[in-house]
Structure formats: C-alpha cells, structure tokens
Write a protein that binds this ligand. Structure first.
Ligand SMILES: CC(=O)SCCNC(=O)CCNC(=O)[C@H](O)C(C)(C)COP(=O)(O)OP(=O)(O)OC[C@H]1O[C@@H](n2cnc3c(N)ncnc32)[C@H](O)[C@@H]1OP(=O)(O)O
Ligand SMILES: CC(C)C(=O)C(=O)O
Length: 514
C-alpha cells in the first residue's frame, strides 16, 4: 500500500484527554503514557498545551526530550506568546510540531472571540507564519469546524496552507456532526480548496452524540489522512474518538477501506490499562476492543459457534489487541458444549451420564451465581463423583495435644482398605499435625490448595464444616467434613478428599496417569 493509503494517528490523550474533568496527570505520569504511545507507534503525540501552566510546559518539554520515534506536538492559541512557549517546550524534540488553532464558527467568532471573520483569517495567517518561523511542522485547526460555514472554511484553510500549515485539522469540537454529512464536508473541502493537495487533512471528533468514531471514519473514507483520537476515548465532556476503535476499524475493515495505520496493535490493551490506572477512569466492561467483555462469549449458542470456528462470532483476534486469549464465560446461559470443553481443558473427561449429572448441577448453581469459576467446576464434578465414592480411607479415632511452647502432636487411628493403622506426627499447629500424620501412612503426593472452616450452626457448640482442596497431577478435589470438634472435622475432610482423589483417578486416568 502507498503512503497515501496510510492514516496518520495523532494521539491527544495527554492534551484533550486531560480535559476530561478529573483526569489531570502529573508530568511523570504523562511521560509514562507518552512512552506507551511511542511503543504503540503513534505517529504524533500531542503532549499538552505549553502555555497553560508551568507544569504543562515541563511535561511537554520532558516528553519532547525523551520521545524519539513519534512526533511531539504542543497546542497553542493563535497568539504569539502561546506559539513561542510551544516552540520553547519543543526545542529538544527529534521531531516537533506546533498546533495552532482559532475558532471559525459564527457562534464562536461572535460570542467568544468577539472578532469579525476577516480578523479571524488575518490572525490565523499571522499565527501560522509565526509558528512556521519557529518550527518546520505546523498544524492549523479551525475550532468548531463542525458548525462553521463551508465557504468560510475554504477561505481560511486556503490562507493557512499558503502561510505554511502542512496539516489542516477539521474539528467537530462539540460533537454535532452526523457521519454522512461530515464525510461530505471533508470531500467538499478537499475538492474546493485549490491548494488542498499541499496539506494532510485531519479530523478531531468529539463524542457528544456518541458519533466520534463514526464521524472520523466517514472523514477518512472521504479523504482525510490524519485522525486525532485518545486512548479509551478520554476527552473534554463525552470524550474524543477512541484510538483503539479507529485503529481496529481500519485494520479489521481493510478489505473495504483499503487503508492502514502504523499502530502496533498488540500494545493497545497495555496502553488502555495504563491510562485507566493513571487517570482513575475505569474502562466499562462492554467497551469495544479494551473492555473486559470485548472478547468474552456468554451465551451457549455463541460459545458453541466459537468452539467450532472462532470467526463465527469474532471479527478480530483477542491477541491482536493485547489480550492473552478470548474467553467463554460459564453461566446460566451456557450450553453443554462449552461446559464439556472447559472441563476437558481442566483435564476432566466425563462419560455421557456423568456429564449430564454435572451439567444439571452446573445449571442449578449458575441460577444462583453470576459466574462459574474453575474451582466451582472442580467441586461440581467432585460432588457428582462423591455419590459413588467408596471409603478406602476411614478415620477411626484421633487425639491431638497442644500446649504452649510445645509443638502440637496428633495421633490418629485410620482404616485403609479395611486394615487398621496407627499414625502420629508433629506440626506447626494441630491441623498441620493432623494432616502430616495422615500423610505419613497414605503418602498421597497431593498438594493442599485450600483449607477453610465454616460454622454451620450458631454458638460455641456449633458444627464446624471444613473444606480441604487437594491437587495432584492437575486433578483437584474438594473434601468436606463436619463435626463439633474442628480437628475431627479437619481430619474427616482430608480423608474425604483422599477418597475422592481415588474415584477421580479411576474416572479420568489420563490426567495424572494414576
Ligand atoms: C477546543 C479546545 O479544546 S481548545 C483547548 C482548550 N484547552 C484549554 O483551554 C486548557 C488550557 N487553557 C488554559 O490554561 C487557559 O485557558 C489559557 C492559559 C490558555 C488562557 O488563560 P487566560 O488568559 O486566563 O484566558 P481565559 O482562558 O480566561 O480566556 C481565553 C481567552 O483566549 C481567547 N482565545 C480563545 N481561543 C483563542 C485562540 N484560538 N486564539 C486566540 N485567542 C483565543 C478568548 O477569546 C479569551 O480571550 P479574552 O481573555 O480576551 O476574552
Ligand atoms: C483545538 C482543537 C483541535 C480541539 O481540541 C477541538 O476543537 O476540540
């Protein structure tokens, strides 16, 4: 593809993104984000508005001094003082750009600037010339272009290009445009302005009607070749067009648009998380590309489709934007195929009847619980198997001594396949001593993953219910035991887990070869 098919990505997270109420960043945080943007291969980083404050000046300067692979830009009004401050901050940049702007809509010129249209053109030309005298790369923006008159836009843009602007930005400052109309405006400007070919046309869309990305894409289709956008769509009021959505739309619909960007898309998620962490603006779960649910499938019919052929319900690969993988979330809307597939990933292979029984339990549980985790599945299957668990190991009796300053000791009497055995051990606590005593004769090779105690009735004479989760060779079982003596409940739970491990091993020998 030729360079005319490339869309320049101009990121303004550090300038317009910071205009999100509550999203202000320190200089050090801005530099960290700038480095993430450079890694993402963003073409232009708008680092701030140098004249806004000493802190913003320092941030633009630090970014200009450190970033080598992206162009670093500072915003400035169409005023000499702003432009000089921007140039000063950008002095150390490998590649710097001054971005100067003035409003062009009747409402802004009359009520905000209190200037006549001809005065605005004059000031724009003066500003662009001034900027060009200090920097080879100058961008000019017609603020509120979305509500400006097209004849006036043509006049001011032609004059700005003649004065030396090499990028002309058409902002929809208040998010007023509608895609087809905005695309027609861009096409008309490109066609009517005689020197349009001397500049790259850019757009900068706000999201007040939720149309920032759609308007940006319509502009690109009409011939714009720079898009101004922000990570996570941050920005003044409802935000700006989101970088990740623009980039992935261009990449995913390359078949239709025949365009590309330079963005290294697998770094997108990391950049999104960094910006969210620094600004404290969480990413909504259903946000395209970077939301937690962007590659998660909840319903059985979709999960079945994705398992059979991923592209039935996915237009992008999760890995292409930085996710480790896509996700099939198990819940009440899941079907048997997704359930079986997840069990198989956990190394649990069930026959048809066992699968049906476990699936029925799963649906019951899913009615009560939003998301079912792997541990829930392990426990469900264990429950299914528990109904048929013969007692290889049985607790016959036990005695535990515990005295201050002396290591606790447990003595147990166990039956193993009908044979009675005595065992004892010391431990760091009475429960530890109990489990060590059992292992001294059983030697299961299992690892204890979880030990939890719950009171199932009230008061000091309550029944304690203990859960012991053991793992061996990828197989996980949950053993349960109840007693008014918590140590007896613990020993029963451990012995129960060992029995379940035996049943589970017989049902699925391929997991650990037992
Ligand atoms: C569409 C956008 O997002 S534009 C970027 C918006 N971002 C910001 O404003 C953040 C940084 N801003 C600031 O720190 C301050 O507003 C400053 C330093 C730029 C200016 O502060 P102040 O000098 O105190 O002016 P204040 O903000 O109150 O008013 C803006 C002035 O700039 C003028 N102005 C606005 N845009 C422009 C422009 N593009 N070119 C020249 N003058 C402009 C206004 O008419 C107003 O002038 P007035 O004081 O003569 O009435
Ligand atoms: C300064 C310009 C580009 C802007 O931020 C806007 O118009 O929204």
């Amino acid at each position: 593809m030729s360079s005319s098919d490339r869309v320049i990505i101009f990121d303004t997270t550090l300038r317009d993104g910071e205009q999100s109420p509550g999203a202000s960043m320190t200089g050090e945080e801005k530099l960290r984000i700038a480095k993430a943007l450079e890694r993402l291969k963003v073409d232009v980083i708008e680092a701030g508005f140098a004249i806004a404050s000493p802190g913003d000046f320092a941030a633009v300067k630090a970014i200009a001094d450190h970033i080598k692979d992206s162009t670093v830009c500072s915003l400035s009004r169409a005023l000499d003082a702003d432009i000089e401050r921007a140039a000063e901050a950008l002095a150390g940049a490998n590649s710097g750009r001054i971005h100067t702007f003035i409003a062009t809509s009747p409402i802004h010129m009359q009520h905000k600037l209190r200037m006549q249209p001809d005065q605005v053109i004059e000031q724009a030309v003066k500003a662009v010339r001034k900027a060009r005298s200090l920097c080879g790369d100058v961008e000019f923006s017609c603020e509120d272009a979305g509500r400006s008159e097209i004849d006036f836009l043509c006049r001011i843009i032609e004059a700005a290009i003649d004065a030396g602007a090499r990028t002309i930005n058409i902002p929809d400052t208040v998010g007023y445009a509608i895609p087809h109309q905005f695309g027609e405006t861009i096409a008309a400007l490109l066609q009517r302005i005689p020197n349009a070919d001397k500049a790259v046309f850019s757009v900068h869309c706000h999201n007040d009607l939720g149309l920032a990305v759609a308007n940006s894409l319509a502009a690109v289709v009409a011939g714009a070749r720079q898009v101004e956008c922000t990570i996570n769509g941050l920005g003044e009021r409802a935000g700006n067009a989101s970088l990740e959505e623009i980039v992935m739309a261009i990449k995913t619909r390359q078949d239709l648009l025949q365009l590309h960007t330079n963005i290294d898309t697998p770094h997108i998620l990391a950049a999104s998380r960094l910006v969210s962490g620094i600004t404290g603006f969480p990413v909504q779960p259903n946000k395209a590309i970077v939301g937690a649910n962007a590659f998660a499938h909840e319903s059985g019919i979709h999960q079945d489709g994705v398992l059979k052929h991923r592209e039935t319900y996915e237009i992008m690969r999760a890995q292409d934007v930085g996710w480790h993988t896509n996700k099939l979330s198990l819940g009440k809307l899941s079907g048997r195929n997704a359930f079986r597939s997840r069990l198989e990933e956990l190394g649990i292979l069930l026959g048809a009847e066992e699968l049906n029984a476990a699936f029925a339990r799963f649906k019951d549980l899913a009615d009560k619980k939003h998301e079912i985790f792997d541990e829930d599945l392990q426990a469900l299957v264990t429950d299914t198997l528990a109904e048929e668990a013969p007692e290889h190991f049985k607790l016959l009796g036990m005695e535990v001594s515990s005295r201050t300053g002396v290591a606790p000791q447990a003595r147990l009497s166990l039956s193993i396949d009908g044979q009675t055995l005595e065992t004892s051990a010391e431990g760091s606590g009475p429960v530890d001593a109990t489990f060590k005593a059992i292992e001294r004769v059983v030697d299961s090779g299992a690892t204890l993953l979880l030990y939890s105690v719950n009171a199932i009735t009230q008061g000091t004479d309550s029944q304690g219910e203990v859960t012991v989760r053991l793992e061996r060779g990828g197989r996980i079982v949950n053993g349960n035991g109840a007693d008014t003596d918590i140590l007896v409940a613990s020993a029963k739970a451990y012995v129960n887990a060992l029995n379940l491990m035996q049943v589970s091993a017989k049902a699925n020998p391929q997991v650990d070869g037992v």
